[in-house]
Each structure stands twice: as C-alpha cells, then as structure tokens.
Design a protein around this ligand. Structure first.
Ligand SMILES: Cc1cc2nc3c(=O)[nH]c(=O)nc-3n(C[C@H](O)[C@H](O)[C@H](O)COP(=O)(O)O)c2cc1C
Length: 461
C-alpha cells in the first residue's frame, strides 16, 4: 500500500457536560460529570497528547439553547451544552500540563471589545508557547445576542460587518503595534522597551474605535492561528479572506464540493488554495470486532434522548423542531413549505424519505463511523480522498471515544501514514502548515505589518 500523507487531527470539544453526545454522560465510564474539575480535563489533554492530536478544540456558546419549544428548560434539563464554562480560563491550565498539543479557543465577536480580546489571546499565546488558535464565530443563538446587550442577535449581515471590523482591529493590534525589536530588556540602561517602536493603531471602523497601542509585547505567533466554520455565502467569503483552517459542511458525500467551494473562496481573496487547511467532522465508535462496535453503538444510543437531539438541532437549524409531528415523514415535510433552509438541506440528504421525523432526527445525530480500527481507518482514508486536510473528531462518550481512538485506531493510521508518528516542533501554525510561526505573506492581514514597515521607512527619511 502506498503511504498516505498525514492528516491534521483535532478533538472537538466544549467546556460542557454534553457536547454532541445526547446523554452518554449518564454512563458509568463517562467522566463528563467531572466537567468542573481541572483534573478530568488535564487527563483528557494528556490522553490526546499521547495520541499525537494536533488540537483540542473548544467550541463555545453564550446562552442556553432556547429555540426548542421557545424555552431553555429542555437544554438545562438534559445538560445539552448547558452549563458551559469559560474555555479561556481552562486552556492555560491545559497548556501548562502539556508540551505539544495546541488549543483552539472559540470566541464570538460580540463577546468582548477587540482591545481586551487581543490582549487575552496574546497572553494565551505567550503562556502556551504559541500553541493557541482562535475559532472566529459570529454566534447563531438569539439568546447570546440578548445576553451581550443586543436586541436579540444582530442580523447575519450586521454580524459579518462587525466581524470584518473586529478582525481588522485585532489584526492591527497583533501585527502593527509592537515592532519585532521593540523589546530590548536592557538591564544596564533600565530600558525594557523602546517607546519609538510601540505604535498606536488608530483604528476607526464602522463598529469599533481602538487607538491602541496593544498592551502585550509580540507573542510567538503574533496573530494566533485562525479557525472559522462558516456555511453561508457571506460567511464563506469572510473565511476565505481570514481563516487558516476551515470546516466542510455536511457529511463525507458533500465534502468534495464543500472543499472546492472553500478553497475557491481563499483563491478569490488572492490566497493559494493550499493556504487553507480544511477539516471534516467525524464521530467514531470502535470495537475489536464489527459486532462489538455495533453493540457499543446501540448502548450509546440507548442513553440518548430525542429531546436533547431536538434541543441542539433547533439551535443549529434555527427553528423550533417541536412543530414537526414525530410521525410525519421526511418526504412529507420536504413536500410542504414548512422547513427552513438549513433543515431542508439536511432532510434532502437523509437516506430514507419514508423515515418519520423522530427517526430522521436520530439519524442526523448519529452520522458517525462504527466498526473495527481498520474499518474506521478506511473511512478516514475516504475522507482524505474526498479532499480534506484533517478531521475534527467528535466524541460519543468522553473520554472513552478519544481513548479508543488513540489506543486502537491511531496505530493503524500511523502504519498507513495518515497520522503523524510524532509531533513536529514550534507553534500551532508551524506544526500543521509549511510556513513559519507568523501569518503567511499571502494573508490579507499582513498588509498591516507592511504598512507599519512603510511608515517606519518614511520616518527614517
Ligand atoms: C465545526 C464547527 C464548530 C462550530 N463551533 C461554533 C461555536 O463554538 N460557537 C458558535 O457560535 N458557532 C459555532 N459554529 C457555527 C459557525 O460558526 C457558523 O455560525 C455556522 O456554521 C453558520 O455559518 P454562517 O455564519 O456562514 O451562517 C461551528 C460550526 C462548525 C461546523
């Protein structure tokens, strides 16, 4: 067999009881109820590092899911992404307990002013030795908008307008405030930094005004490695300009088209198609035989509640799924004018048009691979053949799903070449791209650094 090239592996998580499982926290072998202890997370980070995962990805939301039945009650009762603690507080603990694993912090652009956010990320980048990434999100929960002082969620268009302004401000802080040689740390003269090399950014945008300068000296990556998971046309345009890691939408069947679309978005912004790394999403249930894997899958499904599934998907698909009778079939709902665009898309890819709505929802919640380590490795090969550069691995039970992957699937992948035998070195960005620690020259935000260099030359003349 020809050796494959290594993929990027990210462990998809959130600082919660229940992320995409729908009740497996109830199992005796789950540590999900230890969510408020540092130990459980440190153990998970070390397990992932033993398995040479590139990233531990923390998603985040800022409101309980409250679209299902117009209420937050079901999210709270089932523990579906509620409670959700602050990942920015956890990551430094995990970074300190590891040496090679990188961490993706999701933070939504409505959450805090760009000035304090830029300082927080630079601090995390310093403390982790450059092992930090930002997943840029604009939020999809109206409750999050309300909690952040807006009248519900600002419109999609306004959110992306804000996102553009927000990233411009933080890019200027990270790239164009402190020059590389600003810090001299001269003990004899008693000069820590040269004031003539620390600049204001004087950002005045449609939403944010930030004079600066940045409060933190340049961190290992300056701009943290950048993730984004857009699905809409506007979102993909934004991602094509700004993100270094993107996600496919849909399953493996939709991946080739999704990959083409995402790479084209980067090219449209003057970047190379290979400047963006694209990850698919996959959950796995592993057994030493296929039968054992199927048994575990059936066991996991028994802990799931339909309510928890509908809570999550009502949030994702932006409509109250309680309005669909459990006995209505996929075909009937598709034929009606009822479903919104996001639900319609998933209904369109459902394998059985005669399935009732409850069966459809359970299918949508369980599109994972079930099988022996070799069968899972075959599935991962198929994702690679579909054009992705890596996978965001979703757990069905934690830490069991990750432990099974590390102990049983990883050796097969290493054998085939699909997973790295060992870590590279350097920052998060250097470990998974061909470039250096900083944003590549082709990234639009590098213009801020270039503008600073030009200003310096003019001053020198
Ligand atoms: C892998 C993945 C992770 C995501 N994580 C979050 C998250 O943590 N918080 C959030 O508000 N949205 C998250 N999203 C949603 C996206 O940010 C985005 O809102 C969604 O894909 C809709 O795309 P659009 O903004 O182009 O409409 C995630 C999406 C994907 C595919």
């Amino acid at each position: 067999m020809t050796r494959r090239r290594p993929l990027i592996f990210s462990a998809f998580n959130e600082f919660v009881l229940s992320h995409h499982d729908h009740g497996s926290w109830r199992r005796a072998d789950s540590r999900q109820t230890e969510l408020n202890t540092a130990d459980a997370w440190v153990d998970l980070a070390r397990l992932l590092e033993r398995g040479r995962f590139d990233f531990l990805f923390f998603a985040d939301v800022l409101a309980p899911y409250d679209i299902y039945r117009g209420s937050r009650d079901a999210a709270i009762a089932t523990g579906m992404q509620t409670p959700v603690n602050d990942p920015a507080v956890l990551i430094p603990i995990l970074a300190h307990a590891t040496t090679d694993l990188s961490f993706v912090l999701t933070e939504n652009i409505l959450q805090e002013p760009p000035y304090t956010f830029a300082r927080k990320m630079s601090t995390l980048d310093h403390l982790s030795g450059g092992r930090i990434a930002w997943n840029i999100v604009t939020s999809f929960l109206p409750g999050a908008g309300r909690n952040l002082g807006h009248d519900g969620l600002p419109s999609h268009e306004e959110r992306y307008g804000r996102a553009e302004d927000y990233v411009t401000a933080v890019f200027k802080l990270w790239e164009a405030s402190w020059e590389d040689d600003a810090v001299v740390a001269d003990r004899v003269r008693g000069v820590y930094a040269d004031p003539s090399k620390v600049h204001t950014i004087d950002h005045v945008g449609p939403y944010y005004t930030v004079p600066g300068p940045h409060l933190t000296e340049p961190s290992p990556q300056r701009t943290p490695f950048l993730f984004n998971a857009a699905a809409s046309g506007t979102g993909i345009g934004f991602a094509g300009a700004n993100a270094e890691v993107l996600f496919t939408s849909g399953g493996r069947e939709q991946a080739p088209a999704s990959v083409r679309q995402l790479r084209a978005a980067a090219v449209a912004q003057g970047r190379a198609a290979s400047d963006v790394k694209i990850l698919g999403g996959l959950g796995v249930v592993v057994g030493s035989t296929e039968e054992e894997a199927r048994r575990l899958d059936a066991e996991l499904r028994e802990t799931q509640t339909l309510e928890s599934i509908l809570v999550k998907f009502s949030g994702f698909w932006q409509e109250d799924l309680d309005r669909y009778p459990a006995h209505a079939t996929v075909a009937e709902i598709l034929a009606s004018t009822d479903p919104g665009p996001l639900l319609r898309q998933v209904l369109g890819s459902a394998p059985d048009p005669d399935a009732d709505f409850a069966t459809f929802a359970r299918w949508a919640a369980n599109r994972h691979a079930v099988g022996t380590p070799e069968q899972i490795a075959d599935e991962i090969d198929a994702w690679q053949d579909a054009g992705v550069d890596g996978l965001n691995l979703q757990y069905l039970v934690s830490p069991g799903s990750f432990a099974d992957f590390v102990d049983h699937v990883r050796p097969v992948l290493v054998d085939r070449g699909t997973m790295r035998a060992d870590y590279g070195s350097g920052t998060a960005r250097e470990r998974v791209t061909d470039g250096g620690p900083f944003l590549p020259e082709s990234h639009p935000a590098r213009r801020h650094r270039a503008a600073l260099a030009r200003r310096r030359e003019e001053d020198a003349r």
